[in-house]
Structure formats: structure tokens, C-alpha cells
Design a protein around this ligand. Sequence first.
Ligand SMILES: [Zn+2]
Ligand SMILES: [Zn+2]
Length: 150
Amino acid sequence: MPQDEVSVHQQLRATGLRVTGPRQAVLEWLADHPHATVDEIGNGVRDHFRAVSTQAIYDVLAACAEVGLVRRIEPAGHPARYERRTGDNHHHLVCRNCGRVEDVDCAVGAQPCLTPDDDRGYDLDQAELVFWGMCPDCSSAAVSDDTARA
Ligand SMILES: [Zn+2]
Ligand SMILES: [Zn+2]
């Protein structure tokens, strides 16, 4: 990803945010762990960078989401997840059972799905599409449950 060639430090500075240890730690960890929940981020960051409270993680994520360094995904009924892949309006597959999230690109262009049948005069700049289903792990677990019961 070309974004990664620029250091987190430079990315933070480019947005005008102050470069702090927790901000750098969260952004670096999140780059390798897309679609993580606040708890996962907290655990991951604390492994490398002790003494970051959950509230501090929330604050970092809110500030970084505001300036577009982080994207927040909120699948209904599951905890919010965060990722570094921003600005391309990609879509997500979400598992109904375990909440696992995966990226999907749209088939058409860089700003996909911005051409509804009738935009009713709205000036559209984003579309959010979530594909709900069962991930391979959960569907194979469901199958073996059925087999066990039979
Ligand atoms: Zn699943
Ligand atoms: Zn994503």
C-alpha cells in the first residue's frame, strides 16, 4: 500500500494533529490489523506500548477518524471496527455470527456505487454497502453442528 511508505509520524503531521506516542502506536498497530475493535486495538497496543487506557484509545481513534486517517465501520449489532484504509469507499462483508469483517472492492471504478437509479437531486459523495452473511469458519462450524446432531 503506497500510504505505508509515508511514516505514521509524517501522516499525523500532514493532518495538523500533534504527534503523540499513543497516536503513533494505534496507527501503526492498526495498519497491520484492519477492522479491529477498540478492545483489540487496546490489547495490541498495550503489548508494545504500556499504559494506554481504553479512553485514550477512543480519543486517538476519534481524532484520527476526524482527519481521515482512520475509518470507522459500525456493523449493526456488533462493536465498531476501525481500519487505516480510508478514502476509497470500499465495501465490507460482515459475518452475522462472529462479526468478522472483510474488504470488498466494488466492480466499478474508484468511487463505486454512487449512481443510484434516481439520486433525487442529492450531491452524493459516499455510499456504504454491507454484505451480511456467514464467514467460512462459522458456516463450516454450523455444518459440523448439524452433522453432530444427525
Ligand atoms: Zn463468522
Ligand atoms: Zn475495510
